[in-house]
Design a protein around this ligand. Structure first.
Ligand code: ADP
Length: 469
């Protein structure tokens, strides 16, 4: 099959979160399975752009509200990605350092999508499926079906994968002037509650819709930032497919970021040495249990309550534990995490940054990973933790519910709780500390976790079934 993925992020080109990991891995596995999978994304100004060689493959223009936007499509000459990668450059609009966070993001991503379609209608590669990811590519199914400029693309099937339904790409009606002509009888498809809503539009217009776990799929019908009725209405074409992990990038036996490698049949010495080195670096006693949090500091990740839970846990256990936090996000939450450093300098370290190498070392060295998420469509951190023998402590929601079983339940290996509250987190930390005292049981759980297969193979097959439908 010929597959074209359209996404704002793709690892290792530009990564903000899990979307990048998925778009950097799924096409690779699809290619290995004998399909032709390609990725197109905006040309963000990242290290990858400057470190690699590129070939210009297309140059054209998008006319939007009378303005001409010249665009260039460049192709990466990097064969290590495992698939063909194309980036769209629109000077001044897409060639910026951050992936998101600009006031004109809705307009930037609209022009990105128009450029992709302009190129696609002239390209000799005709995909069987255009697979769009999240709202940044959400207008594509509509424009392919109902845009007069893109009739050549009308018959091509489209799939939307929702990585996070909290963000929907809202625009006011005034922005319609930037759209190329469309069948006006279909204008309603663009709207949800009086606003242009790119995600809702994609849910309505794509031939199939998937999200990144079965539990999150069910949750969207009663909790999806205003789109609940829409998901109820479109449920027949929706499916939850759990994300896989890229086992080449995330393998403790070969991970280039780890000082010491380890295999699943010999976990203990390797994990211990990684922990020892990390604790030396941070000035911690390596005999104490090490808890880590890695991720965006936002309410959805439980970032608003976690600092209070850590504070209380330190008090309860008279600092018989160490904690390392890596992430950035909401300034208020960053402040709350920073305040902990003042009160517990012996047992707490904070890095307000995005640091890929450090994240790998934390997964490999920690005893426990904290994920008190309110919303977690799939969650990749817990899957990396499982692969690196680190016990995940998770709230039962979305993909966390589908991938972690409490060690108190049959076949379990993690620690699960139900409510996003300080009390539930503390209760789970207490259970973790108890477990840490039972070394044999800990090691048995580690072994069990590391033997679970979360590779892409099964999930890639499920995507293929969706394409075939
Ligand atoms: P989301 O996409 O909602 O942010 P996911 O769990 O799906 O959450 O994916 C998060 C990905 O981003 C993981 O690969 C995680 O290791 C990585 N990550 C998040 N924050 C950081 C950070 N500060 N430094 C390094 N990696 C990070």
């Amino acid at each position: 099959m010929n597959i074209l993925h359209v996404s704002a992020e793709c690892f290792p080109v530009a990564k903000v979160g899990g979307l990048a990991d998925v778009v950097g891995a799924l096409p690779k596995y699809q290619t290995l399975m004998g399909h032709e999978a390609k990725v197109v994304m905006p040309m963000h100004k990242t290290n990858f752009l400057f470190k690699n060689e590129w070939e210009v493959v297309h140059k054209s223009q998008v006319i939007s509200d009378g303005q001409i936007h010249i665009f260039t499509i460049i192709k990466a000459l990097n064969h290590e990605l495992g698939f063909e990668l194309f980036c769209v450059d629109v000077h001044g609009l897409l060639d910026r350092e951050k992936v998101y966070g600009y006031d004109d993001d809705p307009f930037r991503y609209l022009i990105f999508q128009l450029a992709v379609l302009e190129w696609l209608k002239k390209w000799e590669f005709i995909p069987d499926v255009v697979h769009v990811h999240d709202h940044h590519a959400g207008l594509i199914p509509f424009l392919m079906k109902h845009g007069y400029d893109f009739v050549r693309l009308k018959q091509i099937k489209t799939i939307l994968t929702i990585h996070n339904a909290q963000y929907q790409g809202w625009m006011s009606k005034d922005n319609l002037k930037y759209f190329p002509a469309w069948d006006e009888w279909k204008t309603g498809m663009l709207f949800w509650r009086d606003q242009i809503n790119s995600l809702a539009c994609a849910v309505k217009c794509a031939d199939r819709v998937s999200t990144v776990s079965p539990t999150y799929m069910k949750q969207l019908s009663f909790e999806s930032n205003g789109l609940e009725d829409l998901f109820l209405q479109e449920f027949h074409k929706c499916k939850g497919i759990i994300n896989g992990i890229d086992e080449e990038v995330w393998d403790p036996a070969t991970d280039k970021h780890l000082p010491v490698h380890f295999q699943k049949n010999k976990i203990q010495p390797g994990k211990k040495q990684n922990k020892q080195l990390l604790c030396e670096h941070f000035g911690f006693d390596a005999e104490l249990p090490l808890f880590v949090f890695i991720g965006r500091m936002v309410d959805d990740k439980g970032g608003d309550i976690l600092p209070f839970a850590i504070e209380q846990a330190f008090r309860l256990h008279q600092s018989k534990m160490n904690v390392i936090v890596l992430g950035s996000g909401n300034p208020e939450i960053e402040k709350a995490f920073a305040a902990l450093a003042e009160h517990h300098p012996q047992h707490y370290r904070l890095s307000i940054s995005y640091n890929e190498p450090l994240s790998h070392r934390l997964y490999a060295s920690a005893d426990f990973l904290l994920m008190p998420s309110r919303v977690e469509p799939c969650g990749l951190n817990q899957l990396y933790a499982l692969r690196y023998g680190t016990i995940p402590i998770v709230r039962r929601t979305g993909g966390l519910n589908d991938t972690v079983v409490d060690f108190g339940d049959a076949g379990g290996f993690g620690i699960c709780f139900n409510q996003s509250t300080v009390e539930d987190i503390i209760h789970s930390i207490n259970r973790a500390l108890d477990l840490f005292g039972r070394k044999r049981e800990m090691n048995a759980l580690r072994k069990k976790m590391m033997n679970i297969n979360h590779g892409w193979h099964e999930s890639a097959k499920e995507y293929l079934e969706l394409y075939q439908q």
